[in-house]
Design a protein around this ligand. Structure first.
Ligand SMILES: [Zn+2]
Length: 183
């Protein structure tokens, strides 16, 4: 589960487990499906097929963001752009009750943005590990071998992380635009 070379003592693994929650509900899946559309729209504009949205505690969509590679290069990830914008608009107390949805597991930068903006919950569809298999060492997106749970477990906040989805059809839909995309 954890890449070679990462710290794997009992306490750390326990913290990673604490971040794990298999409670993805139907609303979560519905919102993940929306991230696939956002990702597809981003791809059609010449960006990478990643999409994210922020929802309040009742599942109402507050904001959406696709990858913006053509605007700012490899660092312009959907989740970080969305979260930094949300931090200007909402209080940390409000964001604590919100959920970030992303078609793929956020990288360490985006998980860091989640942590610092105080969003309390993350739902993703497909793991960073599986994304790495798609992107390989593509110079536009040299994916980390580092899970969001490992990043979150080293912080000081309890963040609920749901994912990957166990819905094979949903996972296949998320991966669809990535098959053959990373040359
Ligand atoms: Zn990222």
């Amino acid at each position: 589960m954890y890449p070679m070379g990462q710290r794997n003592d009992v306490e750390f693994l326990w913290k990673c487990q604490m971040c794990y929650n298999a409670g993805m509900n139907d609303k979560d899946k519905e919102l993940l499906r929306r991230t696939i559309e956002i990702a597809h729209e981003a791809m059609e504009k010449g960006n990478h097929p990643f999409g994210a949205l922020l929802a309040d505690k009742d599942g109402n969509i507050l904001d959406e963001q696709g990858n913006a590679f053509t605007e700012g290069g490899s660092a312009y990830h959907a989740e970080t752009l969305l979260l930094l914008r949300a931090a200007k608009k909402y209080s940390p107390e409000f964001l604590r009750e919100c959920t970030l949805y992303s078609n793929f597991e956020p990288c360490c930068m985006c998980t860091g943005a989640l942590y610092w903006t105080n969003v309390g919950r993350l739902v993703f569809g497909v793991t960073e590990k599986d994304l790495l298999k798609c992107t390989g060492d593509n110079e536009e997106n040299p994916t980390f071998a580092l899970s969001s749970r490992e990043v979150a477990a080293r912080g000081q906040k309890d963040i609920v992380i749901e994912g990957p989805t166990d819905d094979e059809e949903l996972a296949a839909a998320i991966l669809h635009d990535h098959i053959g995309f990373w040359k």
